[in-house]
Write a protein that binds this ligand. Structure first.
Ligand code: SF4
Ligand code: SF4
Length: 431
């Protein structure tokens, strides 16, 4: 896929959007699309899709968790899990791969601690992994950058340690105290909002210089669509200094009714984004990320080498052990023997695009319905055709408008279908 510049008809003019530079501009004169030859133009010779050259090692440490989230996609399988815990002694070989790339590109090695469980339940395991990784970094004369995702229900001592140890920390907090308490109770059915906010206070009050970059990740369910704007206001007041909030669609919930009311979701997101802008905050939506070149969530598409607790390489954030048949298709070898032919087959399969995505202005930023639509796990063409991508398309287009300096009026916002043409409307690429 080569980068293109897109022409998007808008009001009485045209938005020009260059997906390579991610710049957008508006010109009042309309382009006569019928007179343009529309085969694709290469605006930059660099290809967007490259060979897998990981710069990050992501470690799924274990699948233990102290929460009982309402929408957890890992929960149904946890009882059947093999309950492995990553053995730090196996990490050197996987770390070598991204470390070599990091050295060649003069970059730090990124290490991401996350998982189907809560990483900070085992700080000793993190420290043991880090000792192994540090040896690899010393050998290659590179530094490392440590990243963490956490549910924030952690004891203060471990939290203080984490505030010094990690460079970026993504904390899961669902929108407002009421929503968070409903969606993310503890295993003992206790409310957790107060605990998570206290954890955020400790992380912000750290002695580390510079302090870790703190980001909030909020899952939006059908019941909470209207809470995005209040969440931005609440978090700005309660946690001053927080700059990044990312909204995530709830995963693998095929019955979720919010998909049937995409305008409601998008209107709410846009209101939250506008408020965030006024408050100096960066508000994003995981399914359409205009600030990054990002499509499906597959780690292997994000230069990210992921290791499961039982030490297998995985191409998918949902497949975290070599236990279930459905997961085996997404694993590509164990820690000391990556299956390169299978990795290449997976990369090729994951490059597939539905016909309606191939010429879409949002194609460099859109998650394409992942994980509900997946070229490896299901009949891709059938599911992608049935998938209504209005949310991704509209949010992507709104963010391009924002880049072009176009403000969406309240009237336009309330009239979503006319404001943002739904599929099968096609943008056109310059030839
Ligand atoms: S569900 Fe499919 S598309 Fe999504 S991350 Fe996993 S492998 Fe990639
Ligand atoms: S917005 Fe729709 S058509 Fe465009 S890339 Fe995403 S899924 Fe494909």
């Amino acid at each position: 896929m080569s980068p293109k510049e897109f022409f998007i008809p808008w009001r009485h003019g045209t938005i020009y959007y260059d997906e390579f530079t991610r710049s957008a501009r508006f010109q009042a004169a309309a382009v006569d699309l019928s007179k343009m030859p529309f085969s694709s133009t290469v605006t930059n010779p660099l290809r967007l899709i490259h060979r897998f050259q990981p710069l990050c090692l992501a470690l799924f440490l274990h699948n233990r968790c102290n929460l009982d989230c309402r929408y957890c996609y890992a929960k149904p399988r946890t009882k059947l899990s093999c309950h492995k815990r990553l053995d730090p002694r196996v990490i050197t070989t996987p770390a070598e791969w991204p470390a070599r790339n990091a050295r060649q590109q003069n970059q730090p090695l990124h290490i991401l601690y996350h998982g189907g469980g809560e990483p900070l339940l085992e700080p000793d395991l993190i420290r043991a992994c880090d000792e192994e990784i540090e040896q690899v970094c010393i050998k290659h004369r590179i530094s490392q950058c440590r990243h963490l995702t956490t549910n924030g229900v952690i004891n203060p001592e471990t939290t203080r340690w984490a505030s010094v140890f990690f460079h970026t920390i993504t904390l899961s907090y669902d929108l407002t105290p009421e929503v968070h308490n409903r969606n993310r109770p503890s295993l003992g059915h206790r409310q957790t909002s107060v605990h998570v906010l206290k954890t955020a206070d400790i992380l912000r009050d750290t002695s580390a210089t510079p302090p870790p970059e703190l980001r909030i990740r909020a899952t939006v369910t059908a019941d909470d669509v209207e809470q995005m704007e209040p969440a931005v206001g609440f978090l700005h007041t309660r946690l001053p200094g927080i700059k990044h909030i990312q909204f995530e669609p709830v995963y693998l919930d095929h019955s979720s009714p919010y998909r049937h009311y995409p305008a409601r979701f998008v209107q709410s997101f846009i209101r939250s984004h506008k408020l965030g802008k006024r408050l100096g905050m960066d508000i994003s939506y995981a399914g359409a990320r205009i600030t990054q070149r990002h499509d499906r969530f597959c780690p292997i598409k994000q230069s990210n080498l992921s290791l499961t607790p039982d030490a297998f390489y995985t191409a998918c954030f949902l497949s975290t052990e070599n236990q279930f048949d459905s997961d085996k298709a997404l694993l590509f070898g164990d820690y000391d023997q990556p299956d390169m032919p299978k990795l290449n087959r997976l990369l090729n399969t994951l490059e597939q695009d539905a016909p309606h995505c191939q010429d879409c202005f949002n194609r460099s930023h859109c998650a394409r319905g992942c994980p509900n639509v997946c070229p490896v796990r299901m009949d891709y063409l059938e599911t992608s055709e049935a998938y209504d991508c209005s949310i991704e398309r509209w949010i992507g287009f709104y963010l391009i408008c924002d880049r072009a300096g176009i403000d969406i009026s309240t009237a336009e916002l309330e009239n979503m279908e006319q404001t943002f043409p739904p599929r099968p409307h096609k943008s056109r690429s310059r030839s």
